[in-house]
Write a protein that binds this ligand. Structure first.
Ligand SMILES: Nc1ncnc2c1ncn2[C@@H]1O[C@H](COP(=O)(O)OP(=O)(O)OP(=O)(O)O)[C@@H](O)[C@H]1O
Ligand SMILES: [Mg+2]
Length: 368
């Protein structure tokens, strides 16, 4: 997948801007607070219909403006135009100028994988954040996952309000348990596949990137201790889990077990990564995870996502910078932001853009 161009109007600090990307490497430089992350954020928005930084869309609209508009043309087999218009109340999503009724029809058409320094907090964050990331990534490859997850969340809300009522309707609780377990089968299977697949690629990517012999691993912490092979067995196990915790759920007036408590566990040499890895190793592990994600998305969709690296190079030593770029520059279109042009990138024939207070100037290369 190649992002051909991006047009912004009243998005963050961009009043009106357009950028035409190179199919391979694009370097976007600028001093602090000029709009580098904002530019990548607009592409994340087109990929997920939400920002990776904030949940209140109104902050994305340029101060004083009524709406923000993000447009891009990308190409996989065909060329397509995507557009998101963000208003203070709601948004319109368009594919080839046609408005989409549901976000699920739009999410994942443009597939980007972003790596930003803040991502390292994922290792120390509460499980909720890792779940959110996992949901987000699986949603990019499957609209069914998103629909099932939304269904589950509605059922969970209903079940929790039922558990708060004075006299719990047991027949209704039985029905909700059955419906929830059905949704959970789909979610558990897709989460397991996600973690298994990425868990297989991760150790090798870590070694390749860091030249460090440690073993980086990823494991799915599912609400079921063991996940059976057959769908019906998974369903029965989930149903039994809800029924076994029913008494406790009634006491606490909430659903204490279920896929809304799942987690991902990152390890280094068999122990929890947070407790053992150095800062540099954590950075390498997160980058290796993102590179594994690229592979996973490509395997599942048959399309190569675009890699967005926000201010990442300055945190790596020269050897690691060049190893990373060697690993990605052939197969993937890359958009890299930095405050300064890394020395060794100067001779690589990349396109270079400079951002100054939301104004973009092309300095070198590209297809203008
Ligand atoms: N809604 C908005 N309207 C106008 N300006 C905004 C809006 N939201 C953010 N900004 C401005 O955007 C700038 C920050 O942009 P961004 O985060 O992209 O910087 P950056 O170039 O990535 O900087 P750094 O190198 O520090 O990461 C700030 O000056 C901020 O005031
Ligand atoms: Mg930034």
């Amino acid at each position: 997948m190649i992002i051909k161009n991006l047009k912004l109007r009243n998005f963050r600090n961009y009043e009106k801007a357009e950028i035409i990307f190179n199919e391979k490497m694009n370097l976007i430089t600028g001093r602090n607070a000029q709009g580098k992350t904002n530019l990548l954020e607009s592409l994340v928005y087109l990929s997920l219909t939400r920002s990776h930084r904030i949940s209140d869309d109104r902050k994305l609209i340029r101060e004083g403006a009524e709406f923000a508009d993000i447009q891009c043309t990308y190409e996989d087999e065909i060329e397509r135009d995507l557009e998101a218009v963000i208003y203070t109340k709601g948004k319109t999503l368009l594919v080839g100028k046609q408005p989409m009724k549901k976000s699920s029809e739009f999410i994942g058409l443009l597939n980007v994988v972003l790596f930003a320094p803040d991502d390292l907090s994922l290792f120390t964050d509460a499980p909720k954040e890792r779940r959110r990331m996992m949901n987000q990534e699986i949603t990019k490859i499957s609209s069914r996952y998103l629909l099932t997850l939304n269904q589950y969340q509605n059922l969970l809300k209903n079940r929790n309000s039922l558990l708060k009522s004075m006299k719990v309707d047991i027949a209704l609780l039985d029905t909700l348990d059955e419906q929830m377990s059905q949704c959970e089968v789909t979610i558990v299977k897709m989460r397991k596949e996600f973690a298994d697949r990425i868990g297989k690629i991760l150790p090798q990517k870590y070694i390749e990137l860091s030249q460090d012999s440690q073993k980086a691993e990823l494991e799915y912490r599912c609400c079921l201790e063991e996940i059976p092979e057959q769908d019906n067995d998974i369903y029965q196990a989930l149903l039994a889990m809800h029924q076994n915790t029913r008494e406790k759920d009634m006491e606490y007036h909430m659903t204490t077990a279920g896929i809304h408590h799942d987690d991902l566990n990152f390890e280094m040499n068999g122990s929890s990564l947070i407790n053992t890895a150095s800062q540099g190793q954590k950075r390498m592990a997160m980058l290796a995870f993102k590179l594994s994600l690229l592979n996973y998305i490509e395997e599942k969709t048959g399309k190569r996502p675009v890699l967005l690296l926000d201010d990442v190079l300055s945190e790596l030593d020269h050897q690691r910078q060049s190893r990373l770029l060697e690993m990605v520059k052939g197969p993937y279109q890359c958009l890299i932001t930095a405050t300064e042009v890394p020395e060794f990138l100067k001779e690589q024939g990349i396109s270079e853009f400079q951002i100054d207070s939301g104004r973009i100037t092309q300095i070198a290369g590209g297809r203008v």
